[in-house]
Design a protein around this ligand. Structure first.
Ligand code: EPZ
Length: 420
């Protein structure tokens, strides 16, 4: 099993190109199932999760071709399978996003329930409730969600009980081929939702209001082919910015969209970073070497993202002062705390949703274990700060969401090697 060996102590400095967004690419690839003609998805990152989604599309009968520039072309003219098996869904929850497109286009689908995962129980009740409102008959049997709408879906008002990114995406895609108008209420407003809506409109869908809490979709009879370029990965960009800030460094990110990172950039400035940006670059410089401790609280967009909570905690671990971190989205997203404390951090957990971080002057290398994707990247940041060589085990988690992380960190002067 691959590990990362990181010798800390260097300030990260240099230029980096941000990859395409994983959390946009996955729903967009699921959305290609709505189209009868070939769809070309550009700027898709080369990541394990993207490979899993491509495998699933292939399993369902879509033809997938990846060219030398890593554009992914999906032709889903006729699917031979309307069943997404447990083996593919269990490794990645985003596989569940094929449900909406398949029911909408073929009037039936069976998708394995994704089950719980390391960061929390993560139910899909809102996806199912919404599909039922659109007229599908939904049953859960033998671990599979079986949905049927032999006469097609029908547009209506759908009220989600809570803000869910995946739920909003599944229902947006399903509604594209429903008859009449659908209004989705209490929607997630994440930039990836905006990207998905823009993608669907490129194929001829009529989606409006994406990026606000009410999305309106006027159903059309079919979606055509097209070419779409995925947005930059805001979580990857944020991770490298935090890494540079934690190490007292300086970084210039190209192909990054500052408009999607407002809450994170504000907190980094409060920590002492000087930030400048234009439409497709962000640069960060630490004005004094040690960051100031900053409180954060996660919430749906445009609040501080849960996907950057762990990385920010790594910076707070070596900051001047004490900070409070509240996690409001997932019930078990503090697994990095124990590992950071092994590196000499002083972090107390108060229940499942609050951590108090007493900043220490230095961390020291120790063997640590990655438990999930963003927890892994937080340990990378902590290891870059720590004195000595830290080996991070179970690094396969990081390959799900960060393209060539060791090369990118080396490019910034980090001493990072992949070892077996
Ligand atoms: C997306 O997951 C992201 N994944 C996650 O990224 C991200 O952490 C999360 O949104 C929140 O921003 C992708 O985009 C592929 P949710 P998703 O539905 O859609 C509860 C990463 O590290 N809920 O918004 O699964 C749920 O349990 C990851 O890249 C219900 O109760 O998240 C959670 O507490 C991990 N019922 C909250 O809502 C439902 O039907 C938010 O989940 C659906 C969700």
């Amino acid at each position: 099993m691959d590990k990362l060996s990181i010798t800390g102590g260097q300030s990260l400095s240099g230029r980096l190109r941000v990859s395409g967004a994983k959390n946009s690419t996955l729903p967009i690839l699921a959305g290609t199932l709505l189209a009868k003609e070939p769809v070309l998805v550009g700027n898709a990152p080369h990541l394990q999760d993207v490979t899993t989604m491509i495998e699933l599309l292939g399993h369902l009968g879509a033809d997938v071709v990846i060219d030398e520039k890593l554009n992914v072309e999906v032709s889903a003219k006729d699917l031979c399978q309307l069943r997404a098996p447990y083996e593919l869904v269990k490794t990645m929850r985003a596989s569940f996003l094929v449900l909406g497109p398949m029911v909408a286009r073929y009037g039936q689908a069976e998708v394995s329930l994704p089950g719980g995962c390391a960061i929390g129980s993560r139910p899909v009740d809102q996806h199912l409730k919404g599909l039922e409102a659109l007229g599908a008959k939904v049953v859960v049997e033998d671990g599979y969600v079986k949905a049927e709408a032999p006469n097609g879906l029908t547009g209506t008002d759908v009220y989600m009980d809570l803000v869910t990114v995946g739920g909003t995406e599944n229902l947006m895609m399903a509604a594209c081929l429903a008859s009449g108008e659908t209004r989705l209420h209490n929607c997630a407003r994440e930039p990836e939702i905006v990207d998905l809506g823009d993608f669907l409109n490129t194929l001829g869908a009529q989606v409006s209001g994406h990026g606000t809490s009410t999305i309106t979709i006027v159903g059309v009879s079919e979606l055509k082919g097209g070419h779409y370029r995925v947005m930059p990965d805001r979580v990857e960009a944020g991770t490298y910015l935090i890494a540079a800030a934690a190490t007292g460094g300086e970084v210039f990110l190209t192909g990054a969209d500052p408009h999607t990172l407002g809450a994170v950039l504000e907190k980094l400035q409060m920590a002492g970073a000087e930030i400048s940006s234009d439409d497709d670059h962000i640069s960060l410089r630490m004005s004094n070497t040690r960051p100031q401790a900053v409180d954060i609280e996660t919430s749906p967009y445009p609040g501080f993202p849960t996907d950057m909570q762990a990385q920010f905690m790594a910076m707070n671990a070596v900051a001047d002062g004490t900070s409070t971190i509240r996690e409001n989205i997932f019930e078990n997203r503090f697994m990095h705390v124990q590992e950071m404390n092994r590196l000499g951090a002083n972090i107390e957990l108060h229940g499942h949703s609050m951590a108090v971080v007493h900043g220490v002057q230095n961390l020291r290398a120790a063997p640590v274990m990655a438990t999930d994707l963003r927890a892994s990247s937080s340990l990378v940041i902590a290891a870059l700060v720590a004195e000595g060589t830290t080996v991070i085990d179970r690094i396969y988690h990081i390959d799900r969401g960060y393209e060539t992380i060791e090369e990118k960190l080396q490019q910034l002067g980090g001493s990072v090697q992949r070892v077996r």
